[in-house]
Design a binder for this molecule. Structure first.
Ligand code: FES
Length: 110
């Protein structure tokens, strides 16, 4: 089985930071949020459950505070680790997880 194409290199994401990449998913081309913590990367759809907007304030630039990610549109606040909205207009909803893996320094869809 051939590997899915790399989304980016692990080193393209600052440790403790995030970036946005485009990926081909079953539903078509989507923007993903990739959050890095050391060698680990969490992936989510870059679609806010509140109003369906992107969460970044500029492409690939996210508001990160402590262990949360804050939607730049109306301030919904999500746990980085599980995507749960803990404050703001869509409290209790989740970002949609997209499984990713790190393989030889490359981030790929899992
Ligand atoms: S679209 Fe994200 S908080 Fe409204």
């Amino acid at each position: 089985m051939s590997q899915p194409p790399a989304l980016c290199r692990l080193d393209d994401i600052p440790d403790g930071g995030a970036t946005a990449v485009d990926a081909s998913l079953v539903d078509g081309e989507e923007s993903l949020i990739l959050l890095r913590r050391g060698e680990q990367v969490h992936g989510y759809l870059n679609v806010c459950p509140h109003a369906g907007r992107r969460l970044d304030y500029a492409p690939g630039k996210f508001l990160l505070k402590n262990d949360t990610l804050i939607c730049a549109v109306h301030g919904a606040t999500f746990n980085q680790g599980d995507g749960l909205c803990i404050a703001g207009p869509c409290r209790g909803e989740h970002l949609r997880t997209v499984a990713v893996q790190v393989d030889e320094g490359e981030v790929r869809l899992a």
